[in-house]
Design a protein around this ligand. Sequence first.
Ligand code: FCB
Length: 491
Amino acid sequence: MPLPPRTTDRPAGARLTFPTGFLWGAATAAYQIEGAVREDGRTPSIWDTFSHTPGRVHAGDTGDQATDHYHRYREDVALMGDLGLQAYRFSISWSRVQPTGRGPAVERGLDFYRRLTDQLLEAGIQPVATLYHWDLPQELEDRGGWPERDTAERFGEYAALAAEALRDRVAVWTTLNEPWCSAFLGYGSGVHAPGRTDPRAALRAAHHLNLGHGRAVAALRSTLPAGSQVAVSLNLHQVRALTQAPADLDAARRIDAVGNRIFTGPILQGGYPADLRTDTEHLVDWDALVHPGDEQAIGAPLDLLGINYYTPTLVSAPPADAVAPTPAKAAEHDAHGASEHSPWPGSESVLFHQPPGDRTAMGWSIDSSGLFDLVTGVARANPGLGLLITENGAAFEDVLTADGEVHDPERIAYLHTHLAAVHQAIAAGADVRGYFLWSLLDNFEWAYGYAKRFGAVYVDYPTQRRIPKASAHWYAATARANTIEPVPNPS
Ligand code: FCB
């Protein structure tokens, strides 16, 4: 069903007001902020193992201490209040709650999330819990990890334990964060934990993440009170072809298949797409991998879809007369980190390009039209499904200046243009219910360690002092007003 054309029914220069009830939030993830990795019964996750393996993370950084949020959560919730946040998206550490990935829950681990959510509710901030933000208990990886079907069953059990403990406090849940990264960066290119580089394992992991999502949805539905909302957060790639040549369009189709539709197919559209199966049939026997009933379980209805967006993805086919590029060459332009192994099984020869224009400190091009196109496309394909932007934000080279402040006009501009794109998508008919800035605090940015700062709040790591950046003040004012100024020249 076509969306109505973009609306222009407001006077030029008028402020852009978001719908009443639009949720203003910020997001974090357990391993990136908590620290306290050996406290209260927590055991290592794959990210503890990975970060402690020499050469895996920039400067040998680990999440051992991170932002020490486990001990400073009260101060951090107070900061959220100052930022005018109405919602806070955090993730639960599986290895705190169920250290071996099986068996009963550890109450001391759950107590942390009980205290955190009590504090949030007291401050009038709605907790939004993510069950899995990449930190698989190491013991489950030792038994084969996500490429093994049993991991999906274990995830369903863990979901039930977490939901049982927090059902009175948390009304909005997302199962997985960015399963594309877990599968294809974790088991394909190997730039994320557990650092394996096996395209077959990566595809198997993708299916078992989907199945784990389905099992978790069932567990949440049977445990949570009526009216709770269940979602998944996907980093959907806004894939664009370099030219309209058939070969480039086919490259875009391939990346859309293994980047997006491998998840949206079974989760939202009834099953795995035929073209994905064909593109990857030399790597995986889909008929053996996908058991009868799996696609139904994975496709259990959701209340909301979480979309994480940072930058668009520009691709082409290699020139017809070129020697096929090595996977190293293909991966070189990929936004997710350098590896000689491709995170795109079956489509390793697709070339990735840097669009011209401004970039963030990650080297990611800044283009808010990608967010507009993505959100309106998802809305068109899924009428009736509520949407949440569960992550959006940018890293820049932030400096704490002598005046004790962090001036980050680039981040303000990034947030401004992307919020304008969200507003525009809503005006075009997309049902976007809220926006979660990534991230509340500077934190452990995975393979980049502490070198990349995404926070609205600066963290001085040696002292753990929190200093709201200029963007934090801007975001607080925006959230309170529920409006933004129009953007003269969106980028
Ligand atoms: C997303 C992750 C989040 C953070 C941002 C920058 O892919 O979900 O943890 O790393 O990117």
